[in-house]
Design a protein. Structure first.
Length: 315
């Protein structure tokens, strides 16, 4: 069983470095740091590090470690919540002695000496809790901090248990986790607080969106628009779900211009959009994906492809 192999590797190595994807979300942080906390609590003698780019909006969850290249020598590297190697935050992961992949995205990029991919899991944080349950008899222990991180990751990736990926297992694990001693109210406040600039951008989107006959909506956010609202591209991750409650929208795309590329955030209420994302340097889940284009003229092509999947879905 792959979980047993992962637990055996964790027990074998004295130095463990845990990575996750660039532009992290609560599940990436929750899985990465939650796993680190479980290992530290279970095996205090081990050296456990979490690395990657920081996201100020998620600093309430954790801060990353700064380590030298030499630390990777003879270390186990575990990569959480990252479907493809290009999106791994801190590419030094390749320097590790052994690499493990733990992820719930479609396995379009197979990597690692051990890979555990479960696309039926609501989140990678859910998988980490399952790993803990599998390893209880082998010495794995969970504490309050790990529980709060994993719960936050599950909440974030299920949209507060609203997304179709939420299963009976998800609720069962969440029930286990809330039995630990942490402040759920404070966690929710930190996860969902919105700064005024983001709120104003949400208002702009809600005032300017349009819906096509097939149920596609799109928003174009240029660098000038970002400057107008005083936001960075990374902060626009907080507005990706703003159109989710609008009647008549089946799928939507938010195009955000950066210095040398245009980031595309894709969401759906039914049509599978990850194959569209794959056509434009991206990928993800059937209902939540990301892509990248390099010229605004590609925006029309992507929207046309999005229209096709929505039309096919309705048929």
């Amino acid at each position: 069983m792959v979980q047993e192999n992962i637990i055996a590797a964790i027990k074998d190595y004295n130095s463990i470095i845990i990575h996750r994807h660039v532009r992290p979300d609560p599940d990436a942080y929750g899985a990465q740091v939650g796993l680190a906390e479980i290992i530290r609590f279970s095996f205090p003698e081990k050296y456990v590090y979490v690395v990657g780019d920081e996201d100020p909006s998620l600093s309430f969850l954790a801060n990353m470690n700064e380590i030298s290249d030499d630390t990777y020598q003879d270390s186990l590297v575990i990569i959480c919540d990252t479907a493809n190697q290009a999106r791994i935050s801190d590419q030094r992961y390749k320097l590790g002695h052994k690499i493990i992949k733990i992820d719930h995205h479609p396995n379009v990029d197979s990597y690692g000496d051990i890979a555990w991919v479960d696309t039926k899991a609501s989140s990678t944080s859910e998988m980490i809790y399952e790993l803990y349950l599998q390893g209880c008899e082998q010495g794995l222990r969970c504490n309050d901090r790990a529980a709060s991180l994993l719960y936050g990751g599950i909440v974030g990736d299920t949209g507060r248990f609203l997304f179709p990926s939420t299963t009976e297992k998800t609720f069962r694990y969440a029930s286990d986790l809330v039995a630990y001693n942490f402040d759920r109210t404070l966690l929710y406040e930190n996860l969902y607080k919105t700064n005024p600039s983001v709120a104003r951008l949400k208002g702009f989107i809600l005032q300017n969106f349009e819906i096509s006959e097939s149920g596609v909506s799109s928003i174009k956010i240029t660098k000038e628009k970002l400057e107008h609202f005083g936001l960075t591209s990374s902060e626009t991750s907080q507005i990706v779900g703003v159109l989710g409650d609008v009647e008549g929208i089946l799928a939507w795309a938010i195009f955000v211009e950066e210095e040398d590329l245009i980031r595309v955030r894709l969401r759906s209420k039914g049509p599978a959009i990850n194959e569209v994302a794959a056509l434009y340097n991206g990928g993800g889940h059937p209902l939540a994906s990301g892509a990248t284009i390099y010229e605004w003229k590609q925006m029309d092509d992507l929207i046309r492809d999005l229209e096709k999947v929505c039309i096919e879905f309705e048929e």
